[in-house]
Design a protein around this ligand. Structure first.
Ligand code: CA2
Length: 145
């Protein structure tokens, strides 16, 4: 069982700035923890980060035949991208939306997710654990469906 782990814009900066909001782990640290969890579940993971909306959309489209689901932190595109939402809808794979911070207790513009209506669930506010909880949820969802 293989999953695509997608990280949106600016998440490549994790661990270098704003640790109070986003924690002190780097993206490589988070991917490493996910890889370790994947061996336990077990499942396979493919990782991709981009600052470009179109590259994220192409990754979603291209994983259609290889992957059983998508674990995604769309970052700021969460709140703006109809195109990413449409790509997830079109591909039809189960997607778990995750966020490091609790988007619902931050600025009002972060309260709306355009992705949530096409996701199987949303986990936020748990720091890097959001990714680990999200992978467990996605794995169990696919295993039981
Ligand atoms: O809490 C999350 O995971 C977010 O998806 C992070 C996005 C933000 O736009 C969403 O509203 C919530 C921002 C990612 C920016 O990452 C940075 C990492 C280090 C330093 C600066 C930004």
């Amino acid at each position: 069982m293989k999953f695509l782990v997608l990280h949106g814009p600016n998440l490549n900066l994790l661990g270098t700035r704003e640790p109070g909001i986003y924690g002190s782990l780097t993206l490589a640290d988070i991917n490493g923890q996910l890889a370790q969890l994947a061996t336990e579940l077990p499942c396979e993971l493919m990782f991709f980060q981009s600052n470009c909306e179109g590259e994220l959309i192409t990754a979603i489209q291209n994983c259609r035949d290889e992957c059983r689901g998508i674990l995604m932190n769309p970052a700021a595109y969460t709140h703006t991208s109809i195109a990413i939402r449409d790509a997830l809808s079109a591909v039809g794979l189960p997607c778990m939306e995750v966020h490091l911070s609790n988007i619902h207790r931050r600025e009002p513009f972060r309260h709306v997710s355009l992705i949530a209506p096409v996701a199987i669930g949303q986990i936020c506010g748990c720091g890097h654990d959001s990714y680990l909880l999200g992978l467990r949820g996605l794995f169990n969802y696919v295993k039981n469906s």
